[in-house]
Design a protein around this ligand. Structure first.
Ligand code: NAD
Length: 331
């Protein structure tokens, strides 16, 4: 019998790609998504997905009771790191309480293993990149705090209840199906949307922040590999090649030309963020056979191609819980 796998956040970037990959490998895949950050159009054809907000423990419990799951990939989150100080409650409900509910249900229904996508955000700015998994986390915002809290909670759930788990810390993943209509996250997606609607590419500060962008495609194999192996381990996964945001914006400008656009770059005040953030992937390469062959120019071109076929979607403003020190760009 094929293994039954739940993917939370299945309508998002990671979920929509990984669900297709697992289906192609013969797994029985089901999903949960509340479509707060992902879209129904992203779902693999015919896949079973329930519209559940993971913050609702009763709904999560009923789903687990019915579905008899073997494995859980927990991707659902609102990953707007820079916005998280202005939406603390929403951030913790969505990223921490929701995860706690899922962990409780995994315990109650004897799930064999949960795989959790944490984030490079746990490393913060005290640590010097490239970050290795053994560094002591030191997050600098509520998003990173929530991710680190879930990591710690998984360790406790394992110690007390024997729940098996593996933690993946991805960073700067890109690809089609990414939400490009959210003004607070996914910088390359934001730039592609802005290009198409004739707006300049916005950069916080001088653009000399460094990040390493990787194509989602290269995550599938290591994600599958940790389903049954490497319990209790933490893996960084992502591209090795870091570049400045300014360089990345220039690359988007270059790709935009292929589609008849010529966007300018505009700078805003710097925001609260780690200047240099990229990871070391030796552990994933050694133990999971992870290889990243991201050709960022090719990925951005594919994203443009895809974005141009998408229906116009509304770009929503979040309801800020505090507007103190909110950046001019988000007013
Ligand atoms: N994309 C990246 O660069 C990146 C980097 C580091 C970590 N991660 C982590 O990987 C995971 C997946 O990221 P992604 O880029 O696919 O994000 P995404 O926003 O594309 O997908 C997340 C999905 O979760 C759903 N969701 C959010 N809150 C929910 C809730 N309370 N209940 C049910 N569904 C909910 C959204 O509707 C969305 O479809 C997240 O946990 C994110 O924090 C992503």
């Amino acid at each position: 019998m094929s293994k039954k796998v739940l993917i939370t956040g299945i309508a998002g970037l990671l979920g929509s790609h990984f669900s297709r990959y697992l289906l192609s490998k013969g797994y029985d895949v089901v999903g949960i998504d509340d479509f707060s950050g992902g879209y129904k159009e992203n779902l693999a054809e015919g896949i079973y997905c329930e519209d559940i907000n993971l913050a609702d423990l009763d709904a999560v419990d009923s789903f687990f009771k019915e579905q008899k799951l073997d494995y859980v990939y927990h991707f659902a989150a609102y990953a707007a790191e820079g916005l998280s100080p202005f939406i603390r409650k929403y951030n913790y409900e969505n990223n921490l309480i929701s995860s706690a509910n899922l962990i409780t249900s995994c315990i109650n229904y004897d799930v064999k293993k949960i795989i959790f996508t944490s984030s490079m955000a746990v490393y913060g700015k005290e640590n010097i990149p490239p970050f290795t998994e053994d560094l002591r986390p030191c997050p600098i915002d509520p998003y990173g705090v929530a991710k680190y809290a879930v990591e710690m909670d998984l360790k406790l759930a394992n110690e007390q209840f024997g729940l098996d788990y593996t933690i993946i810390r991805p960073h700067n993943v890109v690809g089609i199906y990414q939400n490009i209509w959210d003004r607070y996250r996914n910088v390359i997606g934001i730039w592609i949307r802005k290009t198409i609607i004739g707006e300049p590419l916005s950069i916080f500060g001088d653009g000399l922040q460094k990040r390493a962008f990787s194509d989602m495609h290269y995550y599938n194999i290591p994600f599958e590999k940790v389903m049954t192996e490497f319990g209790g381990e933490i893996f960084n996964i992502g591209a090795d090649k870091e570049r400045t945001l300014l360089e990345t914006a220039h690359l988007v400008q270059k790709c935009a030309k292929n589609f008849g656009f010529n966007p300018e770059i505009i700078h805003f005040e710097p925001r609260h963020e780690a200047k240099y953030a990229f990871s070391d992937h030796t552990k994933a390469k050694t133990l999971l056979g992870f290889r990243d062959n991201t050709d960022l120019e090719l990925t951005i071109n594919k994203m443009f191609e895809w974005a141009l076929t998408q229906p116009i979607k509304t770009v929503n403003n979040m309801k800020y819980e505090t507007s103190k020190k909110i950046y001019s760009f988000w007013k």
